[in-house]
Design a protein around this ligand. Structure first.
Ligand code: XMP
Length: 534
């Protein structure tokens, strides 16, 4: 196993993810664990190496240091950014503030052939120096090597960008190998954990399930848990995992707010009640939601109403469950499908040292209002890992690889006032679009257009236009198709769907959905447009 000590960087969990990608077991713990704790952690003889993370702070602002025991165990240590600086300082080197901040892309020269960087390079200079394309983010730098160390990498502005003591297997890099912008980052981390630490690459997602199941059982004991199931990937995977751990001690609550996609409720019930035999309460609150939304046009007001109403419905169900009955003694835990990017965005990273960027609805509020303890078994995972876990838990591929669906659902895809009539038309049109995206394969890649797009959906425009059908005139509604490709949903390109696909979709929608006589395709990028229309 590998121990990752977290000094509060925004990207510490990325280190863990890279180590897992190398199929090696690792644990992230705060940097201020005691030396005794470290020795205890290593006592089973399985600890093969330690990674010290970066920090958002400077060594001058905080006095965080690695527990001394880390350097007494005789095992390899890799320091990243702040981790390298504190290692250098603790072992007798010197760190100084720098007038020149380096932030972003940098090219680093790799010196000689350290065991860590041997054969790892992106390109060679005409003089034959191996070069790495990396991502840097630091102000301070190491200015004097600790005894026993040599320089492993440098840039013109940061002469000591990497250090190595090969006899003790201590390495430090000023850049961040855990981010994908560092092209050889995975190769470097893999070299460290596999070759230098000598771990075996035998960790798989199945092991994660066992570890997570054991942790959930320990945390929950014989108490009961409720979970709000939305049909989305995160809450579904969380539900399946918790159900695997504690079976009937889990109750899922599925709220139909009347703004779900076609057959969403049916699919969720078949999966969780039918296949997994999980306790699930389905609440049809569609009239209540649509009632509250009547006459409301403003997108943000609509979002607030839907979010607020959701909390009310969920609270009422939780109170019923808390009151017990039917052999239940009442829930004391609220489970949520919070995943790592949600945690980091909310500034809730484990060490409590990361800086808050924005609040996320998944994390705050509800548990306190309900007086329940939080259970968040996916907190350390990234989206693609959650999907892999879902498949390993036996959830269907189609469910786990679904496009994201916003919490307010069709509420933000019906422009202006939401009406049941509009939602019904939109559900039908959208189901046709998604079905055809799943049917159409790209000849070159063999992938379906559903898999080739990141998010695709139909938007209802409450305007009417004239058409002709048979011999008659129609005066019906318009829908827009939206399909985008993006890696992070922060920026997005509209997808160049094949004309044959668009033709099929528009033909089917106009013929099969009475009330819609015109289909348009949205060709706006984000920015300046957003992915959703509201
Ligand atoms: P935009 O429209 O801002 O969307 O480009 C980016 C991503 O966020 C989703 N989205 C939401 N998700 N509640 C959510 O849970 C919301 O209110 C919301 N608004 C947008 C959107 O579907 C896209 O994936």
């Amino acid at each position: 196993k590998i121990l990752i000590l977290d000094f509060g960087s925004q990207v510490t969990q990325l280190i863990a993810r890279r180590v897992r990608e190398a199929h090696v077991y690792c644990e992230v713990h705060p940097c201020d664990v005691s030396s005794d704790w470290v020795r205890e952690f290593a006592a089973d003889g399985n600890l093969k190496g330690v990674i010290l993370s970066g920090s958002h702070a400077s060594v001058y602002e905080v006095d965080d240091r690695a527990p001394d025991a880390v350097f007494e165990l005789g095992i390899p240590v890799l320091g990243i950014c702040y981790g390298m600086q504190t290692m250098a300082q603790q072992l007798g080197g010197k760190v100084e503030g720098s007038s020149h901040r380096e932030f972003g892309y940098a090219e680093v020269r790799a010196h000689g052939h350290t065991e860590l960087l041997k054969g790892i390079e992106d390109f060679a200079t005409p003089e034959g120096h191996g070069m790495l394309k990396v991502w840097m983010s630091h102000g301070d730098k190491v200015t004097q090597l600790p005894p026993g160390f040599k320089i492993m990498a440098s840039t013109p502005t940061c002469p000591i960008a990497g250090i190595a003591d090969e006899s003790r297997h201590y390495y430090g890099v000023q850049f961040h190998p855990e981010v994908t912008h560092t092209v050889q980052g995975q190769a470097l981390l893999q070299r460290f954990v596999l070759d230098i630490c000598g771990t075996r690459p035998d960790w798989v997602m199945g092991d994660y399930i066992e570890e997570a199941v054991a942790k959930i059982r320990e945390q929950v004991g014989d108490e009961e848990v409720i979970l709000g199931l939305s049909g989305g990937v995160d809450s579904s995977v969380a539900a399946a995992l918790i159900h695997r751990a504690i079976g009937d001690q889990l109750t899922c609550v599925f709220v139909d707010h009347g703004l779900l996609r076609k057959d969403e409720g049916k699919m969720v019930m078949e999966m969780f009640a039918g296949k997994l035999h999980a306790n699930i309460v389905a609440v049809d609150a569609s009239e209540q939601f649509l009632g509250k939304l009547a006459g409301v046009n403003d997108p943000e007001k609509k979002r607030k109403i839907i979010g607020g109403e959701f909390v009310e419905v969920f609270k009422a169900e939780a109170a019923k469950l808390k009151a017990g009955g039917n052999g239940h003694k009442g829930a004391t835990f609220l489970a949520q499908g919070t995943i790592y990017p949600d945690v980091i965005e909310s500034g809730g990273a484990k060490s409590k040292k990361a800086v808050t960027i924005k609040s996320h609805h998944n994390v705050g509020g509800l548990p306190e209002q309900l007086g329940l303890k939080l259970l968040e078994p996916l907190r350390d995972l990234f989206k693609d890992e959650v999907r892999e876990l879902g498949v390993a838990l036996g959830l269907p591929h189609d469910m786990v690889y679904r496009h994201p669906f916003p919490g307010p659902g069709l509420g933000v895809r019906i422009l202006g006032e939401v009406k049941k009539e509009y939602a019904d038309l939109l559900r039908e049109a959208d189901a046709i679009f998604i079905e055809e995206l799943r049917n159409f394969k790209d000849a070159e890649t063999g992938k379906t257009w559903y898999d080739l797009t990141s998010q695709a959906f139909t938007v209802f425009l409450p305007v009417k236009s004239v058409g002709v059908m048979g011999d008659g005139r129609t005066y019906d509604y318009v829908v827009a198709l939206r399909a985008v490709q993006t890696s992070d949903f922060m920026t997005a390109d509209w997808a160049e769907l094949p004309y044959a696909l668009l033709k099929k979709v528009s033909g089917r929608i106009i013929n099969e959905v009475r009330g819609i006589n015109r289909v348009t395709y949205d060709v706006s990028t984000k920015p300046p447009a957003t992915i959703e229309w509201e």
